[in-house]
Ligand binder design. Structure first.
Ligand SMILES: Nc1ncnc2c1ncn2[C@@H]1O[C@H](COP(=O)(O)OP(=O)(O)OP(=O)(O)O)[C@@H](O)[C@H]1O
Ligand SMILES: [Mg+2]
Length: 313
C-alpha cells in the first residue's frame, strides 16, 4: 500500500474580513519531499503554514498533516511536527540550553535523553560555545539557528520552515541548507518551507508551488518549471582567435552576432534548439570551439516571468 502523503489540502481557504488570504489550495506533499512554497509578500504562505499547524481555522476546505486534521488533533500533531515561525519568539533572559530543555520538557521527551539531544543540536547549529549565555546577547543569526534547533528537538517527521534563512549570512545559510537536505535524506522526513530566495528553492526543493494573492499559479519541480521557458538571449562562444572570420562566416545571416574580441563572439538565440545548430555549423566550418555558454533560465527567471504583471495587490 502506498504511504499516505505528509500533507494534503482540499480546497483549503482562509479569509480575513474581505481579504481572501488563501483561495481553494489543493496540494499534496509526499513524505521525504522538500517542498518549497513561493510567492510575493502577502501571497498567503504564512497563512498556509498557520492553517497546516492548526493555529488558524480554515474559512472553508480542509487539510491533513500525517493523516490528521490539525484543527482537531493539535497536541498529537505538535509532538510529531516542528515549526519555525516567521518571527520566532525567544525569551532574551533565557540561555540556549534552557530554551531547548524547556521545549523538550514541553513535549514530554524522556529526561535522560534530553542532555544528549540538546548537545547534538547545539553542536550542529554551532551554538555549543554560547549555550549558557543569555539570548539577549545573541546575534540575529544565532537566534535563528537556535529557533531551528528548537523546532527539531523532538526529531519531527514533518518540519515547517517559514523563511528559514531570512537574515542569515552565507555560511549560516549553507549550514541550514545542509541541515534541511540531511533531514529529508534521513528516513523520509518532510520539509515544507517558504522562501523568497529562488536559488535556495532551486537547490533544495524537489517541488515548488507558487502562490499569487492566495491562488496557486504554478507547481512542479524547479527543473520542469524552468524547462518550460524558452531560451532567449545571448550565447557566448569562444573560438580560436585566428578563426573568428571563419566563425562569423559559419554563423552567416542566420544568427545575429557580435564579435566581442579575443576570439569571443556573442550570438543571439531565440530557441534552445538554436544552440546545437550553431555548434555543428562551427564544427563543420572547421572552427576550433573552446567554450559555448548559454544562460539557462533559472527558477528566478521563471518566477519573474509569471509575475510579469507586477504585484497583484
Ligand atoms: N491575522 C490576520 N489578520 C488580517 N489579515 C491577515 C492576517 N494574517 C494574514 N493576513 C492577510 O492575508 C494575506 C496573506 O498574508 P500572509 O502572511 O500569509 O502572506 P505571506 O505570503 O506569508 O507574505 P510574506 O512573504 O510577506 O511573509 C495578506 O493580505 C495579509 O495581510
Ligand atoms: Mg509570510
Amino acid at each position: 500500500m502506498p504511504e499516505s502523503p505528509a500533507i494534503k489540502t482540499l480546497d483549503l481557504s482562509r479569509s480575513f474580513g474581505s481579504t481572501i488570504a488563501l483561495d481553494r489550495l489543493n496540494i499534496t506533499v509526499e513524505r521525504g519531499e522538500i517542498f518549497g512554497f513561493l510567492g510575493h509578500n502577502g501571497a498567503g504562505k504564512t497563512t498556509t503554514i498557520r492553517l497546516l499547524n492548526g493555529v488558524l481555522l480554515p474559512s472553508s476546505g480542509s487539510c491533513e498533516v500525517l493523516e490528521l486534521d490539525p484543527t482537531s488533533h493539535g497536541p498529537l500533531l505538535r509532538a510529531r511536527t516542528g515549526v519555525l515561525t516567521e518571527t520566532p519568539a525567544l525569551d532574551d533572559r533565557l540561555t540556549a540550553y534552557e530554551v531547548l530543555h524547556m521545549q523538550g520538557e514541553l513535549f514530554n521527551m524522556p529526561r535522560e535523553q534530553l542532555p544528549d539531544r540538546i548537545e547534538e543540536l547545539l553542536t550542529s547549529f554551532d551554538l555549543l560555545g554560547r549555550s549558557r549565555d543569555r539570548i539577549g546577547g545573541y546575534s540575529r543569526g544565532m537566534k535563528q539557528r537556535l529557533a531551528l534547533a528548537r523546532a527539531l528537538i523532538t526529531d519531527p517527521q514533518v518540519l515547517f520552515l517559514d523563511e528559514p534563512t531570512a537574515g542569515l549570512d552565507p555560511v549560516a545559510s549553507r549550514l541550514v541548507h545542509d541541515m534541511i537536505l540531511a533531514l529529508a535524506a534521513d528516513a523520509g522526513r518532510t520539509v515544507f518551507m517558504t522562501t523568497h530566495n529562488m536559488g535556495e528553492a532551486a537547490r533544495l526543493c524537489s517541488r515548488v508551488a507558487v502562490l499569487e494573492s492566495g491562488h496557486l499559479v504554478a507547481m512542479g519541480s524547479p527543473a520542469k518549471l524552468t524547462a518550460r521557458m524558452q531560451t532567449q538571449g545571448n550565447v557566448t562562444i569562444e573560438v580560436d582567435p585566428a578563426q573568428v572570420g571563419d566563425a562569423v562566416g559559419a554563423l552567416s545571416d542566420e544568427f545575429d552576432h557580435r564579435v566581442v574580441g579575443g576570439g569571443v563572439l556573442s550570438v543571439e538565440v531565440t530557441a534552445r534548439e538554436d544552440i546545437p545548430r550553431i555548434a555543428s555549423g562551427l564544427v563543420e566550418a572547421g572552427v576550433r570551439v573552446y567554450r559555448i555558454d548559454s544562460e539557462e533560465p533559472t527558477l528566478e527567471d521563471f518566477y519573474l516571468s509569471i509575475h510579469r504583471g507586477g504585484r497583484m495587490q
